[in-house]
Write a protein that binds this ligand. Structure first.
Ligand code: 0O2
Length: 270
């Protein structure tokens, strides 16, 4: 196949990966804006390299004309979660979406691969709009925890190094490392609620501070400087107490004060 043809075949897959990464990152943003814990920690995407596609076609005896149907992971997105429990949440989020249709699922958490590999895979149909019109294509979504990702990244590099012929002693050490990763995920899950609480509080605090500062900034146009300085001092005092409840109370009070000033400004205009 000519290089030019590869480019035009892979171009819609580039678009699909970019769109999917934006969409999954948007879930993180939505959660942050609403002070909700995000089941997604990080999103990565890639289009499979031509050499990797060719290698897979040779290994699986796939003819060129069936490449797009048979190679399901030309577009690949990886979703990294903090905890194993988050993986199920992300899977149901994807299943419920109207812009992605699940073709198949592989649960390597329940059926751990012999190498020790753990991850949840979904093959989806996704439609992109190109200059030639809509194109429905397939994409693979891998969902795993940070710990699983750490192991898989290293194991993948070693597989590449040994070209599928990994020495027994290396495979054995990787298998032991996979057990340790599994234990780590379980251990982290046992303190999940505490970690989530801490992260939610920190996100809540940062959203409150953002709101309060915006409110104070707006007051500069309406209130006198002395009053604003007093509010600022009070904000700093409350902030340094590190007490979220006090910060919430201050936020509510500031809202009432701002509302009063806004009403006064409207009355003056009339
Ligand atoms: P890359 O470089 O990640 O794009 P297969 O027959 O195993 O090649 P299949 O049946 O199409 O692939 O699907 P499967 O088993 O779900 O694996 C697809 C992808 O999952 C692989 O892509 C890897 O990314 C990942 N994966 C599967 N098994 C392992 C494993 O044992 N270790 C690691 N590190 N990753 C794994 P590719 O094709 O390898 O390419």
């Amino acid at each position: 196949m000519e290089i030019q043809l590869w480019r035009s075949i892979l171009c819609p897959y580039e678009l699909a990966v970019r769109e999917l990464v934006v969409k999954f990152n948007h879930i993180i943003d939505e959660c942050r804006d609403n002070d909700i814990y995000s089941p997604i920690e990080q999103v990565e995407g890639r289009v499979k390299s031509v050499s990797s596609i060719l290698e897979k076609m040779q290994r699986k005896h796939i003819p060129m004309e069936q490449m797009e149907e048979e190679i399901e992971d030309i577009a690949g997105v990886r979703i990294i979660c903090q905890f194993e429990e988050d993986i199920d949440t992300v899977v149901s989020l994807i299943q419920k979406r109207t812009d992605m249709v699940v073709k198949s699922e592989k649960n390597y958490l329940k059926h751990i691969k012999q190498s020790g590999y753990r991850s949840y895979h979904l093959i989806i149909y996704y439609t992109v709009d190109t200059m030639q019109g809509p194109k429905k294509l397939q994409a693979e979504i891998q969902i795993r925890t940070m710990a699983m990702n750490f192991w898989a990244t290293i194991e993948h590099s070693l597989q590449y190094k040994y070209k599928g012929d990994m020495p027994e002693h290396v495979a054995e050490r990787l298998s032991k490392a996979a057990d340790a990763i599994n234990a780590l995920d379980r251990e982290m899950s046992s303190v999940r609620n505490e970690i989530m609480d801490a992260q939610n509080s920190s996100q809540m605090q940062s959203n409150l501070v953002k709101d309060i500062l915006l409110n104070i900034e707006n007051l500069y146009k309406l209130a006198n400087k002395r009053e604003i300085l007093k509010i600022q001092d009070e904000f700093l005092r409350v902030f340094y107490t590190k007490d979220l409840k006090q910060l919430e109370r201050f936020h509510r009070q500031l809202d009432i004060i701002s509302e009063g000033y806004r009403a006064q400004a409207v009355t003056h205009q009339i």
